[in-house]
Design a protein around this ligand. Structure first.
Ligand code: DAK
Length: 257
């Protein structure tokens, strides 16, 4: 598959999707949004890929939705373009997706990073939701995910008053997993994803699903969801292999079944 606004490559067992509209700070137009999710879905189906990384450029991960494209939009125009449904596609990805963020992650760019499972940030990363400065609010989950992640006060400040977080602040508040030097930030994210790709695939999938359940439901329902994912793993070859390998003091050889 060839794309015109994203680049794709497979490094080891990691599928890397790079947003590639540097002339617009990787602002998403409708085409790029579609290509990004097409590429992620293709990697999700590919048995050679164990985990994915989404990245942008050193100066900008993504500056949000393309304001020039969006400026004259109408509600029905956006619905017709399927923009809302497009954003739901990332939630359906089964494999782990890591965001490798350097420079600006603003508006939809910040929301894209938050939609990923984990975030590796370069020291230059800056996160913000400046939508109010152009007369709208976040529309791809920013108000909800920031409130859950950072609590009400800081989320309010970011969403209402355009407070941006530096990489160090984002780490302090638990919004990112690691902060690494700008040089080599993508390599660090790929290495992180490679570690995940080396683990039992079905267990990783169930683990992701279980943690995500915590954000959707009550504790009782969440615990049920965990159990629904826990027991079936005892029917997999990988569970037998993993436990035998531990007992035999060797590395497991995962089959993904
Ligand atoms: N859209 C279009 N073009 C953009 C852009 C954007 N978001 N951000 C930057 N650019 C373009 C600039 O216009 C400029 O293009 P030329 O003028 O050279 O043609 C080029 O990128 C370089 O930008 P600057 O000259 O501004 O570069 P600086 O280094 O001075 O500043 C900046 C970088 C990222 C701080 C600044 O460009 C900036 O503030 N950009 C806008 C950030 C922003 O407001 N983002 C929020 C957009 S609203 C939805 C879900 C989600 C959304 C929408 C719908 N649905 C579910 C329906 C999301 C909405 C948003 O994200």
């Amino acid at each position: 598959m060839t794309y015109s606004t994203v680049l794709t490559e497979i490094r080891g067992r990691v599928g890397v999707v790079t947003l590639n509209r540097p002339q617009a700070m990787n602002a998403f137009n409708n085409l790029m949004l579609g290509e990004l999710f097409d590429a992620l879905e293709a990697f999700d189906r590919d048995d050679n890929v164990g985990a994915m990384v989404v990245t942008g450029g050193e100066k900008a991960f993504a500056a949000g939705a393309d304001i020039k494209e969006m400026a004259e939009s109408s509600p029905f125009g956006m619905i017709k373009q399927g923009r809302v449904e497009k954003w739901d596609r990332i939630r359906a990805i089964k494999k782990v997706v890591i965001a490798a963020v350097s420079g600006w992650a603003l508006g939809g760019g910040c929301e894209l990073a938050l939609s990923c499972d984990m975030i590796i940030a370069s020291e230059s990363a800056k996160f913000g939701q400046p939508e109010v400065t152009i007369g709208i609010i976040p529309g791809a989950g920013g108000t909800q995910r920031l409130a859950r992640l950072l609590g009400k006060q800081l989320a309010m400040e970011m969403v209402i008053n355009n407070r941006t977080l530096t990489a160090a602040e984002a780490l302090h508040f638990g919004m990112v997993n690691r902060v690494v030097p700008v040089e080599g930030y993508l390599d660090a994210a790929v290495a992180f994803a490679e570690e995940i790709a080396s683990r039992a695939p079905l267990a990783v999938r169930m683990a992701k699903d279980s943690v995500n359940a915590a954000f959707e439901t009550t504790l009782t329902e969440g615990l049920r969801a965990e159990k629904r994912n826990f027991y079936p793993l005892f029917s997999t070859e990988d569970q037998k292999e993993g436990m035998r390998a531990f007992i035999e003091k060797r590395k497991p050889n995962w089959k993904g079944r």
